[in-house]
Design a protein around this ligand. Structure first.
Ligand SMILES: C[S@@+](CC[C@H](N)C(=O)[O-])C[C@H]1O[C@@H](n2cnc3c(N)ncnc32)[C@H](O)[C@@H]1O
Length: 374
C-alpha cells in the first residue's frame, strides 16, 4: 500500500481520496434493507463529488430508477481551490461540450443534475446527467451550495477530511438526512459527541474492521524525461466509519450479553476472566468495561466503554450518559485527581477517568459512559 504517498498527502492536507464503488453499494444497501423506500421521491445532493471521479455520483445515477429518486444533484470543487494541487487537465467529457470554458474549468465548480430522460431511451440513468459551471468554486460553505443543500432531502458524500467538523455543523444546520464517511475519532469532538449522545447522529454499517481503502491520484515524476504521469493507487485508512441519521437494521439489534458472574467464569478476555468484580473508577461512580462483549447484562449502574462500543450501540438497549474527555468530562462531574498522582502518571488529565491498579493510577483511553435502559 502507498504509505509514502499517504504521508505526503497528509502533510499537504490532501483531501483527494475517492471512495470505492462496492463500499458505497454495501452501505446504501443496508438502509434499503431496512426501508426499501428510503430514497423514493427524494432529492439527493452529493456536495463534494465530480462524476468523473466520484463513485457516489456513479452509484446514484446508475441506480436512479431503482431507488425511485426524484432528482440527483452532484457538485464538484474547482481544481484551483483544492489544497493539494496536481497538474490539471480537463477531460474530453468537458472539452467536447460547446460551453467548455478553459478559465472556468479551473476556477469554478460544476453542477451535475439528473432528473429526466434526456437521451430519449425511456430510461433515466448516468447518460442523462446534465452539467454546467457553478457561479463559484463549489465550496460547500458558499451560498450557492447552501441553496442546493436546502433543496435536497438527503445529503451523501465522503467530505474533505480536513473540514470534517465544519461539514457536520453545515449538515446539522440543514436538518436534512445524511450519510457521510468520517473517522471514528471524530466521535470525541465537541461538535459531534452531543449529536451521538442525543441520537441525532449514529454510526452506519461501516467498513470491515474500520479499514477503508480509498483511491488516490498521485502525480509521479518520471525521472527519465521529467514528465508527470497520473498514477492511481489505493490508500488504507484505519478507523473509518459512516455517520448517518437514517435508520438501519443493525442499530436495533440488542447485544446478547453475559451476566457479571458468567463474564468472570467464561469471558474470553484475561482482564475479566477470573476476577471477582469489575474495576471501579476512582473519580466517578462507574465500572470500567474494556470490551463491548464484556458488558455485564445484569449491571444497572454506569459503565465506561471504549468508543468502539458505538458500532454496536442499540438505543433501545442502552443510554449514553456522556464522554469522559475534556470539558464533557468536567460537566459529568468527574472528581479532580490528587496532584501527587500526576507525579506517578503524568498522562492524567482533569476531566478524564482513572482507576488504581497495584497502587498506580491508570488512565484508560477516552471512555463513553453508558447505562442499561430500564
Ligand atoms: C475525501 S474527497 C472525497 C471525494 C468523493 N466524495 C468520493 O468519496 O469519492 C473530498 C472531496 O471534497 C473536495 N473538497 C475539498 N474542500 C471542499 C470544499 N470546501 N467544498 C467542497 N468540496 C471540497 C475535495 O477536492 C475532494 O474532491
Amino acid at each position: 500500500m502507498a504509505n509514502t504517498n499517504l504521508a505526503n498527502a497528509k502533510t499537504a492536507k490532501n483531501d483527494e481520496f475517492y471512495t470505492q464503488y462496492p463500499d458505497i453499494q454495501k452501505e446504501i444497501n443496508a438502509y434499503l434493507d431496512y426501508d426499501p423506500d428510503v430514497f423514493r421521491g427524494k432529492t439527493v445532493l452529493l456536495p463534494c463529488d465530480d462524476p468523473e471521479w466520484s463513485n457516489f455520483t456513479k452509484f446514484f445515477a446508475q441506480n436512479f430508477e431503482l431507488l425511485g429518486l426524484k432528482k440527483l444533484i452532484s457538485t464538484s470543487y474547482a481544481p484551483e481551490s483544492k489544497k493539494y494541487k496536481t497538474p490539471y487537465q480537463p477531460t474530453l467529457f468537458e472539452t467536447q461540450q460547446p460551453y467548455f470554458n478553459s478559465d472556468k474549468s479551473k476556477t469554478n465548480g460544476k453542477i451535475f443534475v439528473l432528473e429526466h430522460d434526456v437521451t430519449g431511451d425511456n430510461r433515466i440513468n448516468i447518460e442523462d446527467l446534465q452539467w454546467q459551471y457553478l457561479e463559484g468554486d463549489g465550496d460547500f460553505r458558499s451560498k450557492e451550495i447552501r441553496r442546493l443543500r436546502d433543496e435536497a432531502d438527503i445529503i451523501v458524500t465522503n467530505p474533505p477530511f480536513s473540514l470534517f467538523r465544519e461539514f457536520v455543523v453545515w449538515l446539522m444546520e440543514s436538518k436534512k438526512q445524511f450519510i457521510i464517511i468520517g473517522n471514528m475519532n471524530a466521535v470525541t469532538y465537541k461538535e459531534i459527541f452531543p449529536l451521538i449522545k442525543d441520537n441525532k447522529m449514529w454510526l452506519g454499517n461501516g467498513f470491515h474492521n474500520g479499514n477503508a481503502y480509498f483511491r488516490i491520484e498521485v502525480p509521479r515524476v518520471s525521472y527519465a524525461d521529467g514528465v508527470f504521469d497520473e498514477h492511481t493507487s489505493l490508500v488504507k485508512f484505519r478507523n473509518c466509519c459512516w455517520f448517518t441519521n437514517i435508520d438501519h437494521g443493525r442499530r436495533h439489534h440488542p447485544l446478547r450479553l453475559m451476566t457479571m458472574e458468567e463474564n468472570f467464569k467464561h469471558s474470553k478476555h484475561k482482564e475479566i476472566r477470573g476476577r471477582k468484580e469489575y474495576i471501579r473508577y476512582e473519580n466517578y461512580d462507574a465500572i470500567e468495561v474494556p470490551y463491548t462483549d464484556s458488558i455485564p447484562s445484569d449491571y444497572e449502574g454506569v459503565m465506561g466503554l471504549p468508543k468502539s462500543f458505538l458500532d454496536k450501540y442499540c438505543p433501545e438497549q442502552f443510554e449514553i450518559i456522556g464522554i469522559a474527555e475534556g470539558d464533557s468530562g468536567k460537566e459529568l462531574g468527574l472528581k479532580p485527581f490528587p496532584p501527587e498522582l500526576k507525579k506517578m502518571n503524568p498522562s492524567l488529565r482533569q476531566g478524564q477517568l482513572y482507576y488504581m491498579e497495584d497502587g498506580y493510577p491508570v488512565k484508560p483511553y477516552a471512555r463513553i459512559l453508558i447505562r442499561k435502559k430500564q
